[in-house]
Each structure stands twice: as C-alpha cells, then as structure tokens.
Design a protein around this ligand. Structure first.
Ligand SMILES: [Zn+2]
Length: 129
C-alpha cells in the first residue's frame, strides 16, 4: 500500500501559510526585542537578571520585562514548530499521522502545522490505549 501524502500543490499551500506565519512571528519578535532593549539596555538578558530585578522590586517595568520574556520564549518555540513543519514538508512527512499513516485533516495542519498525529491517535495516546 503506497504511503498517503498531501499533493505537491497542497504542500506548497501549507508552505506558503507557514512562511507567512513565520514572517509575522519574526516581525513581532524583533519589535518586542527592540522594546526590551529600549526598556533596559543591559548586555545580557538572562533569566537571572529578571529575577534580581524582581527581587529588587523594580516595579511595573520588571513585570513588563518578565512578560516580554515569556512572550519571546513562547514565540521562539512557535518559530521552532513552524521550522519543523517546513522540514517535514521537504521530507514528505508533513500531514501524515506518525502512528496510523493516515492523512491528518487540512484544518488541523493549518491550526497545528507541526502536528505528527491525527486527532484519533493523539487521543488514544493521551488515554494510553
Ligand atoms: Zn493516526
């Protein structure tokens, strides 16, 4: 039985979508980074510096800073997910359930481009069936 796959045209559509999303996120991140730099011009922005700022009770600035860092780390993992999705498009694994080999519905792939399991398998996985 031949492996199921999305057509080239479909994959290109997904790729475009993902690239647009990547652009959006990268823009947001760079804007946010500029904001962070403007707020606190230190060389290294380690989590420790947030912590010490917090401990020093620097007020709402540090709170905002902390929120920015949370945002950035979330965006960074989102970017990674999108990059993984692009790799899967190139390798031909994109949109195919790793467990049952069925195609994962398009809507889901638009929603979660790095999904590797169909909803059925994911649910079963969660329930340990
Ligand atoms: Zn499956």
């Amino acid at each position: 039985m031949p492996a199921k796959k999305y057509s080239k045209a479909k994959l290109n559509k997904f790729k475009k979508q993902i690239l647009i999303k990547l652009d959006d996120v990268n823009l947001e991140v760079s804007e946010m980074k500029e904001g962070v730099v403007n707020q606190k011009p230190t060389k290294s922005m380690s989590p420790d510096s947030i912590y010490s700022l917090h401990m020093a009770d620097a007020g709402s600035d540090s709170h905002q800073l902390e929120k920015n860092f949370l945002f950035l780390s979330r965006e960074n993992s989102y970017i990674k997910n999108l990059e993984v999705a692009l790799e899967r498009i190139d390798s031909g694994e994109f949109g195919v359930c790793a467990l049952c080999g069925e195609l994962i519905p398009e809507e889901r792939m638009f929603e979660v481009p790095n999904a590797t399991k169909c909803v059925d398998c994911k649910t079963k996985d969660k329930l340990n069936l």
